[in-house]
Design a protein around this ligand. Structure first.
Ligand SMILES: O=C(CO)[C@@H](O)[C@H](O)[C@H](O)[C@H](O)COP(=O)(O)O
Ligand SMILES: [Zn+2]
Length: 195
């Protein structure tokens, strides 16, 4: 019984990825181009999200600063979900809503990119970070699901929306991680050539 349930989750995850491949290939390709333009022009990537998406933001920054699958110089990316002193100080003094936007205001420069990750598209602190990025003249790449929520409605023409066509947080997160790896691979292929 439990084995069957577990096997079904593997199948559901694979199905979610097949469905996403149908609609997300083009937006992921466009998002990779935004990241490349940013990095090759001297910009940096700021990444944020809550819970599992905080882990994704950190995971993405580690693959850019360290490496993905091939050797290359480190690339500039910062997870805004990682510094517990900043998160607790800003959360305590200003409110949880501002834990990411304060960092975007402090670190963001025109030409930088914000990678905003929210499975519901409705997390208030991610929304505030996007508003701060727009004020800084930064493009936004939003990874969402469940129709995109409020984030989907607030993106501008220069932003990129990668909305996983699924309603379940876990499945959306699994596709988000695949998207992050696709972005890392596209950056490496563009900078280093085919392997
Ligand atoms: O990882 C999970 C659930 O799989 C949770 O930690 C989840 O990320 C948290 O509930 C988040 O607060 C959800 O936020 P969001 O994806 O809706 O922006
Ligand atoms: Zn999770």
């Amino acid at each position: 019984m439990l084995e069957q349930r577990i096997q079904q989750q593997f199948f559901d995850s694979a199905d979610a990825k097949y469905a996403a491949a149908e609609v997300l290939t083009r937006p992921v390709c466009d998002a990779a181009q935004i990241l490349l333009n940013c990095i090759t022009s001297g910009g940096k990537v700021l990444a944020c999200g809550n819970g599992g998406s905080a882990g994704d933001a950190q995971h993405f920054a580690a693959e850019l600063v360290g490496r993905f699958e091939r050797e290359r110089p480190g690339l500039p990316a910062i997870s805004l979900a990682t510094d517990t002193s900043i998160l607790t100080a800003v959360g305590n003094d200003y409110g949880y809503q501002q834990v990411f936007s304060k960092q975007v205001q402090a670190l963001g420069q025109p030409g930088d990119v914000l990678l905003a990750i929210s499975t519901s598209g409705n997390s208030g602190n991610v929304i505030a970070a996007i508003e701060a990025a727009h004020e800084k003249d930064m493009a936004v790449i939003a990874l969402t699901g469940k129709g995109g929520g409020r984030i989907g409605a607030m993106l501008s023409d220069r932003d990129m929306h990668i909305c996983v066509p699924h309603e379940r947080t876990a499945r959306i997160q699994e596709v988000h991680l695949l998207v992050i790896h696709c972005l890392c691979d596209a950056i490496d292929v563009s900078l280093l050539g085919e392997d």
